[in-house]
Write a protein that binds this ligand. Sequence first.
Ligand code: OKP
Ligand code: ZN
Length: 347
Amino acid sequence: MKVVYSERHLLHDIHSEIQWGSTVGNYEHAARGEVIRAALAGDTRFEMTAPADHGEAPVRAVHDAGLVDFLTSAWKEFQTVRAQREVFPDTFLHSALRQSMGPARPPVGIVDGLGYWCFETMTPLVEGTYEAARSAVDVALTAADHVLAGDRACYALCRPPGHHAPTSAYGGYCYFNNAAIAAQALVAAGAGRVTILDVDYHHGNGTQQIFYERDDVQYVSVHGDPSEAFPYFTGFADETGSGPGRGSTTNLPIGPGDDNHYDVALRHAVDDLAAFKPSILVVSLGVDTYRLDPVGNLGVSTEAFAAHGRFIASLGLPTVIIQEGGYHLPALGENVSTWLTGFATAG
Ligand code: OKP
Ligand code: ZN
């Protein structure tokens, strides 16, 4: 299986996040990408390849032009306010602020722009964020190209991740929605109906929002119950799509439990996926469902990741596999390579 990787993820060299008022080390740090790369590079079943530059158009096909423009220059512009390595908003455009007053005026500067485009306090901007985030998009699009060209599957080692980024905001360690941009590119290329199966521990609120009213792209997610897990306000079972997209979103929130507990939800997800009859599959692969992950509370074992990969492969669909979360560094590389090997070695 080809692995698409770019060392440009290292430019997104983040150190901190603000959790409930405490500044702590950011979980989504650059070592994640290197640990995964090292696990795959040493294995002859995987072939490391570089991404091709796809330009801005596929990003703008999914995201608001204002968000793309903002992220292009935000860090540099903020340096004129105060020289600072990592930049966070201090005020958010909370939905209640302008209740009964109509929508907010679009931002005119950098500090209002931060609160307008960002939705939480764990996703810093650093000097190389934009370049790395664009590179992660190229990694995802290149993996999609390989599958369009006939590869059964391809793995995109994306960093930063993407599934929390909706059309018009960034947050949840995500800037551009790599999986959604790849799915949209597949549709544009005439690949037919696309399903995005999101197995990250967190609900992919961004991906869900982008396709919520669409009937050509299905979104199916198994994730930690949003009553207690980030992003808290999306991912409940009664969110099933709207308008033409009614019925093409499936949310399967789950609480703590063992491999068997997880497998019940994954089987349900795959049943809904199969009923949609997609021609191609995009997997948002987060391994933060791992039993020792510091961010999640589920109980998935390393061995189970192999079974998950085999199970998804058994659907027989061309598959673009996109890296999302996974934060337990000692097992991160092995968990990803085990999932991919399970997929690659399935009948
Ligand atoms: C990104 B991905 C709350 C911690 C939540 C943000 C999680 C973003 C996860 N105190 N941290 O889905 O793995
Ligand atoms: Zn996650």
